[in-house]
Design a protein around this ligand. Structure first.
Ligand SMILES: [Zn+2]
Length: 63
């Protein structure tokens, strides 16, 4: 379980770049990149989370 408090800079939505308040709960996803570093992505709402997930899934399926 990932919380916004784990994020270094939780002030921007990864998907639409809207300001995100650190005082409220927001959807967040953690992923390891190719270097093995763990990055947490924060979203302003679940709509952005779903759109971002769909985009990354499409990238992965593009072969
Ligand atoms: Zn957003």
């Amino acid at each position: 379980m990932i919380t916004v408090s784990d994020v270094t800079d939780p002030n921007r939505c990864v998907h639409c770049d809207s300001p995100v308040s650190g005082h409220e709960w927001h959807p967040a996803v953690g992923q390891s990149d190719d270097d093995g570093r763990f990055t947490v992505y924060v979203f302003c709402d679940e709509g952005c989370l779903h759109d971002w997930k769909r985009t990354t899934d499409n990238d992965r399926d593009d072969r």
